[in-house]
Structures are given as C-alpha cells and as structure tokens.
Design a protein around this ligand. Sequence first.
Ligand SMILES: Cc1cc2nc3c(=O)[nH]c(=O)nc-3n(C[C@H](O)[C@H](O)[C@H](O)COP(=O)(O)OP(=O)(O)OC[C@H]3O[C@@H](n4cnc5c(N)ncnc54)[C@H](O)[C@@H]3O)c2cc1C
Ligand code: FES
Length: 304
Amino acid sequence: MARAASTRSAPVAGPVTWRQARARVVRHEDWGAGHRWLDLEVPPAFPKPVAGQFVQLLLESPSPVLLPRPMSVASATPAPGGRVIVGFLYAPVGSGTRTLAALRPGATLEVLGPLGRGYPLDAPGTPVLVAGGRGVAPLLFAADALARRGRKSVFVFGARTRDLLVGVDEARRRMAKIDGALHLATDDGSRGLRGTVVDVLDRIAPKLPAPLVLHACGPHAMLHALATWSAPRGAHAWLAMESVMACGTGVCRGCPLPRSTAGRETYRRERADAPSLYGNAEYAMCCTEGPVFEARELDWDRIE
Ligand SMILES: Cc1cc2nc3c(=O)[nH]c(=O)nc-3n(C[C@H](O)[C@H](O)[C@H](O)COP(=O)(O)OP(=O)(O)OC[C@H]3O[C@@H](n4cnc5c(N)ncnc54)[C@H](O)[C@@H]3O)c2cc1C
Ligand code: FES
C-alpha cells in the first residue's frame, strides 16, 4: 500500500512558541477510579495548544517537588477576554500529582507550554483515535480538533476493567456529535470486547477506508503493540510517548528515545540542521521532537 504523506501540526524546528504563565484553577473534580479533571485558566498571551502537546505544571512553594510535572492537554476552550481554559485528566500517583490534586478553585500555579509536537490531524486517511487507560486525555482533545476540521474519526478505548475507562462518557459525547463510532475493550470483558485495542483494530480495520492513521496514547506495551500491528498493514501510527522529563524544552537531555534505522535516515535526510534541542541522529528528545512520534521512527526494542 502506498504511504500517504503525513503532516504534523508543527515543524521539527519551528520558532519557539511556548511561554511561562500564571494559571488559575477554575475546575478541579474527581472523575473516578483515582483520576481527576483539572481546568486551568491561562492568560491570552499563552499560545493555544494543539492536540498531542503537553504543558509543564510548576507547583508553587511550599511544594514537595522541585521539578515541573508534564501533563497532556485534554481540552482547550476559549474563555472571555481572550483567555483559554486548558483541561487535564490525570491520576495522582506521587508527591507532585498528589500536591496538584489538593489545589482548589482559585489557586494559582505556573504553567510552561504548550510544549512538543502534536498529532498529524490533517494527514490523509481515516483518523482512528486509540486510547489506553488515562492515555485518553490527548485523544479527547484530538477528537474535538478533528470534529472542528469536519473530519470524521473512529475512537477505540481500552482499559484493564470497566472502571478504568475513565472519560468514556466524554469520548462517547464527542463521537455522537460527529456520528462516529466508539469501540470499547477491557482485559476482563467487563465492558466492550474482552481483549485489547489491537483486537478491536483487527475487527474494524477491514471495514474502514485505507490508509488508517492511528493517533494513540497509552501504556508503553500498548504503543509497542500498535507499532507492530500498523507496519505490515500500511497503517500510519502516531504515538504519544512518555519519558521522565525535567525541563520539557530540550535543554536537560533527560528524555532521549532511540531512533530506528528508518528514524536515523529520516533525521539525516530532513533534520540534520535542526538545533540540538531536538536530539541527534541516534536519539530523539521526547519533549521537543515528540511527544508524538510516528511509530517507525523509533527503535521499539530499545525503549524501556
Ligand atoms: C508528555 C507527558 C504527558 C503526560 N500526560 C499525563 C496525563 O495526561 N495524565 C497523567 O495522569 N499523567 C501524565 N503524564 C505522567 C505524569 O507526568 C507523571 O505521572 C507525573 O510527572 C508524576 O509525578 P509525581 O511527582 O506525582 O510522581 P513521582 O513520585 O515523581 O513518580 C511517580 C511515577 O511517575 C513517574 N514520573 C515522575 N516524574 C515524572 C516526569 N517528570 N515525567 C514523567 N514521568 C514521571 C515516575 O517514573 C513514577 O513512575 C505525562 C507524562 C509525560 C512525559
Ligand atoms: S525533558 Fe529536558 S530534554 Fe526533554
């Protein structure tokens, strides 16, 4: 099958567009199964994020953590006066996110962003949004962005159990607006298909117009399985990766991901002049060149 040209929302070495700004908590609520939804109001000077980008949240003193915490943008809605409400869906898993979880409406924190490169929302083909667990966050945003472009998408959402399909009602609402399909899968069969998102793709792919353009986010094992599934089927897989991050801006070199042979060739052909903030021929920086990568660009056997 011919490879369709893919387009991304930002060039590999475009001008730096992120800003640091003071944000205000306007909504912060429990979304079940240990997850929370956070809405932050950011000033007009904060550039509007695109789906797949993330921000660094800097908790104010006194905070048990020094470094900012990276979080995918789950929504971006215009507010009066040119302000934007930026939404996040997250799980409090450690000191930073537990401190974040205690912030009440009216509290302030610094945000740095929007950071990284997002999904190729204009790529020709059928957009298929594939979410695993809390990885649903950037895909809710992608569903909104595709709908605004008048593009119909398909949503595949998998988790271990039905309780962990957090945000499923939001995904359903978005698909209802565009008359798109939502397919669910759980490991224990408590909701949707018993199995994984790959099992769902095996069932639905033959009925969808090629090429499929997967936009995915979830656990590493799921992303690896999607990379393996997509290659022989001529599907394009754009995967939002996570890595431990300190700066989020390419400076600390703390988030390298190994390139595949194809990735090294692409780098030498198209990106050799990119600033070192974007990595080098061997390693891509997850925060600047990603977090969304095309699966074939990375060496999956060397990613932990
Ligand atoms: C690009 C990106 C987008 C993300 N989006 C989301 C999201 O939408 N929702 C969500 O719930 N989580 C998201 N995460 C993960 C989130 O950043 C971590 O859960 C958070 O940083 C943990 O901080 P902590 O202080 O609470 O936990 P810690 O006590 O520091 O550690 C708990 C766990 O989180 C991991 N972790 C710690 N610091 C970081 C860090 N700076 N970067 C990455 N992982 C870290 C640790 O390896 C450990 O497994 C994202 C991570 C990245 C890199
Ligand atoms: S987090 Fe510092 S280089 Fe990526």
